[in-house]
Every structure is written in C-alpha cells, then in structure tokens.
Design a protein around this ligand. Structure first.
Ligand SMILES: Cc1cc2nc3c(=O)[nH]c(=O)nc-3n(C[C@H](O)[C@H](O)[C@H](O)COP(=O)(O)O)c2cc1C
Ligand code: SF4
Length: 449
C-alpha cells in the first residue's frame, strides 16, 4: 500500500523529524483542535470514525473517551507501548519512525477528555526507540507544541515517557497503571474500570500507540475520510506485523476487510522454506491458531471471529509443515508460565503443571494419558483467572488440540519425543528456570551445571 496513514515513514523519508512532519500536515489537527474545537467535538469525530482500539480487544476509542467523567480532576492519558506479545513489532516502528504522529494523537486524546498530563508507557527493552520518541517530545516542547498555554490559549499539556521493566503482564491496562505508579505490575480488580478509577485513582484513558496514531488524520480530515478504508464495523487501516516462516517479515499496513490471510502471506513472499504453510497465529501466542484451510478469511475483526479466532494485536506468526504443534504449544505455555504474574492460583499453578506435562511429552516419556491431563489442566484454568492472561495461556492448548489433534496422537504413537534438539531446548529452559527460581526440574530432565 502506498500513501500509508500510519507507516508514513515508508512513503516520506525522515518523517521522524519535526520539520518534515510539519511539512506534511503535522500538528495541523492539533492546532485545529486546541484553537477551534471543544473536547466533546473531538470525541464526537473519533466516535463517528468508528476507530477501534488496536491493542487487542478492538474497543471503540471514541466511546471509551466518552466514559471519562467531566467533573473529576485531574484526568490522565496513558499510552500503551508495552508491545510484549510475541511477534508484535508495530508500535516500536511507530514511536521510532513516526513519533510525532503518536505524540499528536496522544495530545488530541488528552485535549478531548480535558487532561493536562499524558504518559507513554514503553516496554522496558525499548531503550533505543524511546530515545527517538523522547527527542521528538523535546522538539515538540521547543516548538511550543507541548507545554504551557498552547497556541495562546489557556490549555497546557505535558507528556512523559516511562520505561517499564519488561514484563508481558504490564501490557494489561490495570497492571500497567500499577507499574506506572511504582508498584508491582499485577492486574487490578475490574470494575471499577480505569475510565473512572485509573492512574492515581483518577479517570484515565488507556489506548494503544497505533490507536492514537490514527487520531490526527481523523481530526484533520473527518470521520468520512477515515471510513474510506475498511468496512462498516472495522473501519480504517491496520498494521499487520508478519513473521515466522515467510520470506519478507515486516509490518504491512492494509485496509481492514479487503485482503485475506492468504493475500497477507503472499505479500510477505510466501513460505521461506518452500514447505507449505501449516498454520498461523494471528495475534501471537495469545490467539487461537488458524489452520491453512481457513486462509481464505478476510482480515477484519468480524471475519476473524467467524473462523473462531481474533484480530487481536495483529502479530501474524506463520508456521510451515516442519512445525510440530506439540512443540509449538509447549513453547507458548512456557512463555505464559514465565509471564504469569502469580496473583491468582489457576494461572500460576495451571501454567506450571501444563508446562511440566508438555515437557514430559517432549522428553519422550509421554503417554496418551498426558493428553487427557492437558485437557484437565486446561479446564482448571479456563474461566477461572483474575485477568485474560490465564485465558490466553489456554489458547495454545485448546486450539492446537482442536485443529492438530493428529500431531498429539502421532507424537505419542510414533514416539517422536526425545529429539536431540528438543532435549537441548528443555535442558536450556530448565537451566534458565533454575537460575531464576532455584526450582527443582520436573520429570528428571537433566540439567547441566
Ligand atoms: C496480558 C495482556 C497483555 C496486553 N498487552 C498489551 C500490549 O502490549 N499493548 C497494548 O496496547 N495492549 C495490551 N493489552 C490490552 C490492554 O489491556 C488494553 O486493552 C489496551 O491497551 C487498550 O488500548 P486500545 O483500546 O487502544 O486497544 C494487553 C492485555 C492483556 C490481558
Ligand atoms: S491470570 Fe495470571 S497474569 Fe492474570 S492475575 Fe492471574 S496470575 Fe496474574
């Protein structure tokens, strides 16, 4: 796609620099809003655009902003740039290559809800893109686009960048708020929702980086302009982070609802190995896996739901026929066990036990009874967790079992376990685990000291 709306760095060299961004209508929406619009009008146009949150759930952005109480002060905007879902790499391209658009979108959100302070919470590992983001913020202050009495009005706005410590759970909005407040990053009980009781107990909007990067165009050009792309229920364009067994792993910005999964795979050059593509995870490890038979589905929220999956954070990990789904499920379970914050028992204990069963399968000592145990552990987690991370963890088990049950059966009947590379992987994982926790390895998998 040429003339990108979000990945404008692909069309306009150096748009990360303020002068170049300004030459391409940069901060025009910001000036228009602060000097000619009321906060409610900004909320209205974002509502009309149908913009849906890009952090995963697809919640309408304008509607979320309208929930902020008018009579409670202060209020805050928090931008979610935690981007920890495996395979997602869109938000850090935005803050590194097109940071002013993220800043302008953040500023417009703050103005719309009557907030004077915004925080951009970045994943702990984003040290390098954060330098670019901070430079852009400094340049915006120097140009009078942030700070006190903007454009000669009595409206003032400060934006701060905060680096997390690299925990997946801190992408969950309430854990993010805890972390931002300097506490352990664990989810809060909801309700109350952050729109009412958020950062420091005050009304807070939390939006994903990509969501907010859409806002300047909407405010400048109107809702109808935004709706030129996409479908009625999934308007606009969306960034698809594509990786795995494809030739050209990259971010692709596409209109929602126009292309199919197969089209996306073709755009990414098809299979890297030449082997047929077996399946794809559309939103990293937290999403229901999609077998190749469903690659005709269109790329929008509704079509993904219709095939039993999600658009989510749009991190498309393609896997070719060489991937054994028992191995892939274990990989994901290991991730969730590591990232479980430990606050609730079903997730903390369930991911631990699930991993130990998968370890047993991979090490070659698994039986058909172990698959039943996986199903039992899965049931013990499903619907019983404090936050969605526990549910995400079950996806890898539920949907590899649903679509690739044969992989499990073959694994056991053909005694596939115990492959040398898998044994090395198990040893390495348990070595790392031991170093972190001092825990005893399960099922007698040898650990090198
Ligand atoms: C375990 C977990 C991890 C999450 N990680 C992220 C993340 O890295 N980035 C993000 O924007 N949203 C993430 N979310 C979703 C946020 O909780 C929240 O819904 C989102 O930031 C809202 O922004 P949006 O309305 O613009 O999508 C995560 C949710 C969960 C349950
Ligand atoms: S589901 Fe997992 S990540 Fe969420 S609160 Fe419970 S232990 Fe923590």
């Amino acid at each position: 796609m040429t003339n990108h709306i979000l990945l404008r760095d692909l069309d306009i060299p150096d748009i990360k620099n303020l002068a170049v961004y300004s030459d391409h209508e940069g901060y025009a929406a910001w000036k228009k809003a602060v000097t000619t619009m009321k906060g409610e009008e900004v909320i209205g146009v974002v509502k009309d655009s149908g913009l849906r949150g890009r952090g995963g759930a697809g919640f309408p952005a304008g509607l979320k902003w309208s929930f902020i109480p008018k009579d409670i002060f202060p209020k805050y905007v928090t931008v979610n740039c935690d981007e920890s879902e495996p395979g997602t790499f869109k938000d850090h391209q935005l803050i590194r290559e097109n940071p002013h658009q993220v800043i302008e979108g953040t500023a417009l959100c703050a103005f719309a809800i009557g907030s004077k302070v915004a925080y951009i919470y970045c994943r702990g590992e984003f040290k390098e893109p954060v330098v670019q983001l901070q430079k852009a913020i400094d340049d915006a202050y120097a140009a009078g686009l942030l700070g006190k009495n903007l454009f000669g009005t009595n409206y003032s706005l400060d934006i701060y960048v905060h680096l997390g410590a690299g925990a997946y759970i801190c992408g969950e909005e309430s854990a993010l708020l805890e972390s931002l407040e300097g506490k352990i990053g664990q989810p809060r009980l909801k309700p109350p929702f952050p729109a009412v009781v958020g950062l420091y107990g005050k009304p807070t909007v939390i939006n994903n980086v990509e969501t907010l990067a859409n806002v300047p165009g909407i405010v400048l050009n109107g809702a109808a302009w935004y709706r030129q792309n996409g479908t009625e229920k999934s308007p606009g364009t969306k960034i698809f982070s594509v990786c795995g067994h494809v030739k050209n792993a990259a971010n692709y910005e596409l209109p929602l609802g126009k292309f199919s999964i197969q089209d996306l795979l073709d755009m990414a050059g098809g299979s890297m190995s030449g082997l047929p593509i077996k399946a794809v995870l559309p939103a990293g490890s937290s999403s229901p896996i999609i077998p190749a038979a469903n690659f005709g589905a269109k790329l929008d929220y509704e079509s993904m739901a219709a095939i039993g999956s999600v658009l989510g954070s749009c991190s498309w990990i393609f896997m070719d026929e060489s991937v054994d789904m028992v191995w892939a499920a274990r990989k994901m379970i290991r991730f969730f066990k590591h990232e479980s914050c430990g606050k609730c028992t079903p997730c903390r204990e369930g991911t631990h036990w699930a991993l130990s069963v998968y370890d047993k399968l991979l090490s070659g000592s698994g039986t058909i009874e172990d698959v039943k145990t996986i199903e039992t552990v899965n049931k013990s987690i499903t619907g019983k967790c404090f936050c969605p991370l526990g549910e995400f963890a079950t996806s890898s088990m539920t949907f590899t079992l649903k679509h690739f049950r044969k992989d499990y059966d073959d694994f056991i009947s053909m005694k596939k376990g115990g492959r040398a590379d898998w044994m090395r992987e198990l040893q390495r994982d348990h070595h790392i685990h031991e170093m972190h926790s001092g825990a005893i390895p399960v099922h007698g998998i040898p650990v090198h000291h």
